[in-house]
Design a protein. Structure first.
Length: 322
């Protein structure tokens, strides 16, 4: 297995920023559907009682990278440095924007989900580079390979990129959806179920496209990567739920914090990995890229499964939050 993982480092996945932009537009539509169930009151209540937001932030920004570091150390005899660092890079990234849809599907606290997403996106400018450098360096020291430390590159996330992402994925769809819900409640009720169905179809399309673009690589190597990502993601979801439970948060908040901890912005990880100013073209980081790519595919499937279980696999035309 170790030799197979080493072979991954020489591979280069089919990835382009243009395809990620199209993916983001699809997510923006899905976010619009989520916003149709939100009102300003939900954010006001969250501001008055920020306990859940603080617990969620700690779970996502502190515990998730720490847990990932421990997991990578536990796997160190079976994986290459790039696989471990790929896990740490994904864990260092902010929460994925699709988490808002999964919280809505699971009938969790959507206002909490949106707030945590916004905070994590802004915080990614500092938190993602710090976590990757800190935990990545510790991992390479424990791994006891000096050349592995070269893979822990200083990350730079441009503020304009973060701002563009927030405007496209959060700002515009959130504002539009909330305004329609506020001023056209009857129209909202009529279109809500259809928007939810279209969102699920869009997710199916995303999963299919992501698989087809690299299907040869997935078919050949997925049996080796699948279990690692499955365990990593399952532990992340469990971590969020357990940590929120320790603070006796309501069930809907626990659902959301579990999802926010387990759904990561792996697209950002891929953007960083394919940035030649950070990881030079000659650097063998195929293992890191493959972990990020499969995580990006798997967490969509896991999110749909968890959201379906928590909602009883029923789509409702009524708002998921009151």
């Amino acid at each position: 297995m170790l030799e197979t993982f080493k072979a991954l480092d020489g591979l280069r996945l089919n990835f382009s920023p243009d395809s990620l932009f199209i993916l983001n537009l699809t997510i923006a539509f899905i976010m619009f559907g989520v916003a149709l169930e939100l009102k300003p009151l939900h954010f006001r209540n969250l501001a008055l009682n920020p306990k859940a937001a603080i617990v969620g932030a700690v779970s996502q920004f502190v515990l998730m990278p720490f847990m990932t570091f421990l997991l990578a150390i536990a796997f160190r005899n079976f994986i290459t440095p790039t696989i471990g660092l790929g896990m740490i890079l994904v864990a260092s990234c902010p929460g994925g924007n699709v988490s808002n849809f999964f919280s809505s599907l699971a009938r969790g606290n959507v206002a909490l989900s949106v707030s945590l997403t916004a905070v994590s996106d802004l915080g990614a400018i500092l938190i993602t580079p710090f976590n990757f450098a800190f935990w990545g360096t510790l991992f390479t020291k424990v791994y006891s390979l000096l050349n592995a430390s070269e893979l822990v590159r200083p990350l730079e996330i441009p503020f304009l990129h973060v701002l563009q992402t927030m405007v496209i994925l959060l700002g515009i769809p959130l504002t539009l959806g909330m305004l329609i819900n506020l001023y056209l409640p009857g129209f909202t009720v009529k279109i809500l179920i259809h928007v939810k169905r279209l969102s699920l179809i869009a997710f199916g399309g995303i999963i299919l496209v992501m698989f087809m673009k690299n299907w040869e690589f997935f078919l050949e190597y997925i049996k080796y990567i699948f279990l690692i990502v499955l365990i990593h993601n399952a532990l992340a979801l469990s971590l969020g739920w357990t940590f929120a439970s320790l603070f006796k948060l309501p069930r809907r908040d626990r659902k959301t914090i579990s999802i926010e901890t387990g759904i990561q912005n792996s697209g950002l990880a891929l953007l960083l990995l394919f940035n030649p100013n950070i990881f030079p073209p000659g650097m063998a980081v195929g293992g890191m890229a493959f972990i990020a790519a499969w995580w990006g595919l798997w967490h969509l499937i896991a999110g749909l499964i968890m959201g379906g279980i928590w909602s009883g696999f029923r789509l409702s035309s009524k708002p998921a939050i009151a």
